[in-house]
Design a protein around this ligand. Structure first.
Ligand code: ZN
Length: 78
């Protein structure tokens, strides 16, 4: 089963629909027992575009760093 860090690592591929079924199963198992991670997924999904930047500000630093790097990589490929 994933721990929180692994779940965060896999969260963005999951939300983008780019996750393998095996990893998705690991993530779902983690979410079953980890309300903070579920909360983050729900909040992220309910947020779009610029609002996600506000969400990033309220995240733990490690999560925020990963998401910022992800968004930056997305922007740079366009
Ligand atoms: Zn967790």
């Amino acid at each position: 089963m994933f721990n929180c860090k692994e779940s965060i690592d896999s969260l963005l591929p999951f939300l983008e629909g780019e996750m393998s079924p095996e990893d998705e199963e690991h993530l779902r198992q983690h979410l079953n027992g980890c309300p903070p991670c579920v909360e983050f997924v729900n909040t992220y999904r309910a947020t779009s575009g610029l609002c996600r930047k506000a969400l990033v500000k309220s995240m733990p630093p490690e999560v925020a760093g990963r998401l910022r790097a992800y968004l930056r990589s997305k922007l740079e490929t366009k």
